[in-house]
Design a protein around this ligand. Sequence first.
Ligand code: ATP
Length: 584
Amino acid sequence: MIINAQTKLDINQGFKVEAGPGAGKTEFLVNHIKHVIQISEKLNRTRKIACITYTNTAVETVLKRLGKSVSNRVDVSTIHSFLYKNVVKPYCYFLPKEYEVNIQKFKGHNDPIVINAYMRKWLENTDLKGLKNPNTKNQILRMPDQSKALQNWLLSMKTFYESNNIEFHCDHNKAKTTDPNSENITRIRNSNLNILQEELLNYKKIYWKNGHIDHEDILFFSYILIKKYPFILTILRAKYPYFFIDEFQDTSQVQAFIIDEIKKEKCIVGVIGDKAQSIYGFQGAQVSLFENFKVDQLNSHTILENHRSTYQIVTFLNNIRKDINQKHCNEEENIPVSILVGERNKVFLEATSICNNELITSLSRDNIISNAMKNSIEGNNLDKKLLEKFKEIDSSKQRKNFIFPLIQAVELAVNTKYKEALKKIEWLYRENENPKKHALYTLSNIINNYSQFKQGALMDFYNALSDVLDVKLPGFRKGKIKDFYENTMYHDLAICVNIVDDISSHITIHKAKGDEFENVLIIGNKDTVNLLKQPDLENNEEQRIFYVAMSRAEKRLFIHFDHLSDIDEKSIKKLHDVDIMRLQ
Ligand SMILES: Nc1ncnc2c1ncn2[C@@H]1O[C@H](COP(=O)(O)OP(=O)(O)OP(=O)(O)O)[C@@H](O)[C@H]1O
């Protein structure tokens, strides 16, 4: 059935809602929860709705949208926090003795870590005669590169569930390290890793004995406890008559097993997801689990709307995707999607200029690129020099001390960071009687005049300030300071301020999941080119990652390539109506 975020579903039925990006899945979830709270007779002070989201940020978003008045009727949490609170913590006394868990030291769960001393202890105390050159036990213990490669492998550890059996597995591709000086790569052989894999439970026990529990351990222990003590499920169902799970496409096998068990009796389970946005394969997520989640035909729904992006972005996304054809709902001005080819810094500055100095969020495939992006933009000499020149040229300390924070405040405010913006101005008025009131008055007046100075010179900004500030800033005589104010564009200085203040954000695509940004610059690679030429979202996770990235854009979408061959350009143009610009 085709629905939208406002559709009121039968609260006594489980459901599966599938929808593309920006469809309002979170909106639907929040509305459905409110609807259940309003009319359900199954809820009371102790019986609540369980709402499972994928990240802590998503937890906050849902809680915020639900509002304070109803949030005490719902437990919104990640699957790990939910299982910790409801399964592992209350029943840890039932964990089999063989796991050697030190329950007295049990204090929550953390990100996985590798403690070198524990790793060495494990190697030393385990019979690993089968390990062969070049990775014998002694070699790993003695050679720092081998130890590092093993640490990287251990850090990739995940629970692995198959045919009613749960184990820990590590990713063999991660068992390597690169020497930063020589670029030499040290790896541990797969045959040796297979031997080490057999001993992982003993490795884990060292951590458990010392009270170190990570997120994967929570899944492992939950599985063990639920399997051995099914009464835990009965208690869970009694406590949570409704169970709603967002982003179900990124569910792992163990999570799906637990949800399936809960669903078997008297519990209403609803799942929401988008298989084209499944991007956590490396963490064990399997898109097939969403596809195989069975509900009656009548309870299977699709949302076809896209409330986030402009017509042109939605059309662009529709050309990539075969299973759902989204309808755009955002009536904002339409701006073509642009492909910018050239050196990254230049592309970023060009995109910033096209956006009239609005915030651009760059999205990169991995941390190395997003950090490089950050460093190269922040380290861009031209920009920094302009800022330094401003500080050096303006000999009036008072004027300088006002102009710079006020540009910061304006840029923060236009990027909707009002609280931070007000803080900057409050500092300027710290000696006054009511700094907050002064700051609010000043900021709202400057923003009212934004259109007058945003395309003008720094002098226009100065003039706009003179009308609204509670203090009188020094004026100008003829000379280099006045020339600088007249010949420097507000917009150029504001870019530097943004960059120095890190308002501009450069993040990885995985970090951006579930979020949205007005202007997006994708740092593309060959997978991005392939996605644009021959989309295959169903079978290619790398392509899905870039699809997620592109679908974060509300107003403007830019895609950057270092190079783009003429043949690729032709193929892309065949499928998409995009502007392609090559920067010299
Ligand atoms: N019915 C609606 N009317 C107007 N705006 C809406 C509606 N539903 C959602 N929105 C807005 O559209 C944007 C996208 O909504 P939401 O984040 O819920 O989508 P989503 O399906 O969870 O997206 P994604 O899967 O891409 O993260 C948000 O800014 C939200 O406020």
